[in-house]
Design a protein around this ligand. Structure first.
Ligand SMILES: [Zn+2]
Length: 299
């Protein structure tokens, strides 16, 4: 999110605050789960992040990935709005957050990672740098990246997270934008082989997926079809609350912007931006089609 967009968002928030009746209309209270999305965390932001997560925990309460999935299956009841924490990309900073903050607060999170990047995390080769620049940072000018941007978790980090009760999910094989892949075998490798590799290397079951960039431009019907066959749940980058009626392969997430301040992020969790994503959700329904209701069918 750029600065201009943030300023527009803030002005919208102020408008809502002046008109509580509009807040009631646009942000009706719903029972459900909001999934938070984080990426790489600057170590300078650890203290503000801890404070923000504590406030969120006090206001809403975090639930574990297992409880979230049980809620979606109809096996667990919830009252009010709860939170689930997720991380995309597998940066080393996420392990630090888990060890220094999540353990103390008793929060179990989902970490979405790319096996090809995990495999290469300890030996920064030219190929690894190219994957990070082109895929994770979307073709950014290499001079704009620092060593922190190449610092990813390795297999030992992921084993430690799994042992601490966190959930590991797939974020594709090499973090490519799935809608840009024309070859069906390459698409299968990105979506399906990444799950098998994570399960083999970590000796765990992987049932959830998040696609790189998380917007509707980054996914298409074929990628969705393959994904549904191999995962029980898929997390998007569209904002919103996950109720029992949300499709398990359309799960919404709210990106957290630590630098934007606590109030900004708490306003987001009250649903103040949900209206903006209404059309995007309809568009996602069109992209994915009705075949999603078929559910997981391994093979
Ligand atoms: Zn990503």
């Amino acid at each position: 999110m750029n600065l201009i967009q943030k300023k527009i968002y803030f002005s919208v928030f102020r408008f809502f605050k002046m008109a509580p009746i509009l807040k009631l209309f646009f942000c009706p209270k719903k029972t459900g789960v909001r999934c938070l999305l984080l990426h790489r965390i600057n170590l300078d932001d650890l203290a503000p992040l801890r404070r923000l997560l504590k406030k969120m925990d006090d206001s809403f309460g975090f639930i574990s990935p297992a409880d979230f999935f049980a809620y979606l299956r109809g096996d667990k009841m919830l009252v009010g709005s709860k939170l689930l924490l997720t991380f995309d990309d597998g940066f080393k900073s996420d392990r630090i957050v888990a060890d220094q903050i999540l353990k103390e607060l008793g929060i179990n999170a989902v970490f979405f990672v790319c096996p090809k990047i995990v495999e290469a995390a300890d030996k920064v080769s030219p190929e690894f740098k190219r994957i990070v620049q082109n895929n994770v940072f979307n073709g950014i000018e290499p001079s704009l990246l620092t060593t922190k941007d190449y610092d990813f978790m390795n297999w030992e980090d992921l084993k430690a997270l799994a042992n601490d009760g966190h959930t590991i999910g797939s974020h594709t094989w090499t973090h490519q934008r799935l809608s840009s892949i024309k070859d069906v075998n390459e698409l299968r490798a990105e979506v399906a082989a990444s799950r098998i590799d994570l399960e083999t290397k970590l000796n765990i079951k992987v049932n959830c997926f998040s696609y790189p960039f998380g917007n509707n431009q980054s996914i298409n019907a074929l990628a969705y079809e393959i994904m549904v066959k191999h995962y029980d749940y898929c997390f998007t980058g569209l904002r919103g609350v996950n109720t029992v009626s949300v499709r398990p392969h359309h799960l919404f997430r709210d990106k957290i912007e630590i630098e934007a301040g606590d109030e900004f992020n708490l306003n987001i969790l009250e649903g103040m931006m949900d209206w903006y994503y209404w059309l995007k959700k309809r568009e996602l329904n069109k992209i994915s089609g009705d075949e999603l209701s078929a559910g997981r069918n391994q093979g």
